[in-house]
Write a protein that binds this ligand. Structure first.
Ligand code: MN
Length: 261
């Protein structure tokens, strides 16, 4: 079959053309078969979140390459267990935490909110970070080549791309216990930063964009409310600027549309 040599993009273009010609159903079915057969040769899809959320549920995306494609630098067995077992468990836990939160809202019972919020952050961050992790590697690497625009960004943020790589490796090696080395874009300065993430379950999901925040550090309320944080939070809820939140949501949606591809 000639179709077997199509790249994924080629297949998608082929399917799009078929949709226009009115024979989409039959050809889309063939496309699935073609996709399975060309996995060995497929061109990496840069849309890192493809397959990570479908039909209202978080889902385990397929690897952007074969299980053994990173050999000998990263072995097939580890990749297989890491993706099929560990990453899959985060996806399951993420959906379960959301379902427990739905039940809590329905019954207005928030007695388990801390445990469920912890599970949400642990599994949510696990899913998002692993999805990015698979795309953060490529069979054979880039042979040291950095796209010129990205090199400029590294130069501006870290002095040089070489310094950025040294810092990234050093930070990743020095993470205490479990965690991640993370190269991240910081929107206020529009620059890149290198972060250590010691425990991704620390009650946030990496990649989220805050739209409304309430400071519950003691300095935020101690003068007037002393130890009564609940009173301060109740007052904050009366002060909350939902128009600002709506504006932030709009900004976040338009920015993330590009990230999701
Ligand atoms: Mn992992």
């Amino acid at each position: 079959m000639d179709e077997l040599i199509f790249s994924r993009r080629g297949v998608l273009k082929f399917a799009a053309a078929a949709a226009i010609s009115g024979t989409a159903g039959r050809l889309f079915a063939e496309t699935n078969i073609i996709n399975n057969n060309i996995r060995k040769d497929k061109i990496m899809d840069m849309n890192s979140f493809a397959g990570a959320y479908e039909n209202g549920q978080y889902t385990l995306p397929e690897l952007p390459y074969e299980y053994d494609a990173l050999e000998p630098l990263y072995d097939e067995e580890t990749v297989r267990i890491h993706h099929d077992k560990h990453h899959a468990k985060y996806v399951k836990g993420f959906n379960e935490a959301l379902s427990k939160l739905e039940s809590a809202r329905k019954s207005n019972d928030y007695t388990q909110i801390q445990a469920i919020s912890n599970a949400l952050a642990f599994n949510g961050s696990g899913h998002i970070l692993h999805t990015l992790f698979w795309h953060s590697m490529k069979p054979g690497g880039n042979e040291g080549k950095i796209p010129s625009d990205f090199k400029t960004a590294l130069d501006e943020s870290f002095g040089s791309s070489n310094a950025a790589m040294q810092q990234f490796a050093a930070a990743s090696k020095a993470v205490e216990s479990n965690g991640w080395g993370i190269l991240a874009f910081e929107p206020v300065s529009q620059k890149l930063l290198i972060l250590q993430c010691e425990k991704h379950q620390n009650l946030t999901i990496w990649g989220v964009v805050p739209v409304l925040v309430c400071d519950v550090w003691e300095h935020a309320h101690y003068l007037k409310f002393q130890n009564d944080r609940a009173k301060w939070v109740d007052n904050f809820m009366k002060l909350a600027n939902w128009e600002f939140a709506a504006h932030r949501l709009e900004e976040a949606r338009s920015a993330s549309a590009a990230l999701r591809g």
